[in-house]
Design a protein around this ligand. Sequence first.
Ligand SMILES: C[S@@+](CC[C@H](N)C(=O)[O-])C[C@H]1O[C@@H](n2cnc3c(N)ncnc32)[C@H](O)[C@@H]1O
Length: 340
Amino acid sequence: MNVPSSIKSFNRFREAIYAFRLPRILFSALELDLFNRMEARNWAIPQLAKRLRASQRGLGILCRNLASVGLLLKSRLGYQVAPFAKRYLQNTSQDFRGEYLTLMQRQWREWSQLTEVIRAGRPLDSQEPETSEYRRSFTWAMHHRSIQPSQDVAEQVALKSARSLLDLGGGAGTYALAFLKRNPMLHATIMDRPLALDVARAIAQQSSFWTRLTYQSGDFLKESIAGNYDVVWYSNVLHIYSPAENLKVFKKIKRLLRPGGRLLIQDTFLHDPKGLRPLETNLFAVSMLLYTDRGNTYSFQDVRAWLQRAGLTHFRVIQLKKGTGDWDGQLIEGRIPRSG
Ligand SMILES: C[S@@+](CC[C@H](N)C(=O)[O-])C[C@H]1O[C@@H](n2cnc3c(N)ncnc32)[C@H](O)[C@@H]1O
């Protein structure tokens, strides 16, 4: 993501602060449901203002801004939704990223409470149990987030000799399905909590790979994990947990892997000894502060140490093609020796 990597002048500081303007404009467009309500038509501002129950002045300035970043197209007839926005931001499109947009809007509001969370050291809503509606919506959001990266990752991870894969904390099963699509001999199991698996089942039924997919419902920290696997895929879960919890999970994973088996971890990793780069990884740690009790982001070295302590060897960083993967394109691999 495009965020300034260092601030060494007041100008840079100002730029960093005012970076809130475009996101704020985009959120207003979403809150007004502008992209959906514009459908496929060309709109003059007075008609659009009527339709959205907004002021002509406000909408005129909003649309000009949206057109200046390419989300709307401007002509002498007025404005229409640009092809990219039609594809991802209109709910009539197959590629609509609706639940992810909802999650982003919720995050905008919740990030405003960051100071309080830093003071208290407790996540938002730490006293309230999670609702089933939230879990469903979050699982769909993760699916919408991962649809494209999962295809790109599956293309680059060699699983030809693997026959069984566990997608641990697999949520909607987006990655499991992408691996099944690329590897016709592979069978996959998704382990997650029941509500996430409901979403996974609904998605899998739309695909032709569900016959090679099974589900394991439960909490992998508290309960035992069944089965033996050639590969365990652990994507975007590491950051939810503390070092001690991750070590505990790695030890469980070690027992699940067949000789020669591999643990593949996708996450956002710190690269440097001081833990300052990349900035995106540190920004993500703030999300973990807001939403989890003990989550954080970690370095390659942290993960290497936990893998070693869990008895996994052959630590390797797999570099993906630039611009692919969920983060900046690195996976961590640990193996179980062939001799057992
Ligand atoms: C951020 S989502 C990632 C989903 C998916 N792996 C991906 O990369 O798109 C984390 C998932 O891990 C699941 N999860 C976290 N802790 C878990 C636990 N202790 N037991 C079972 N599932 C867990 C959550 O329910 C959620 O579906």
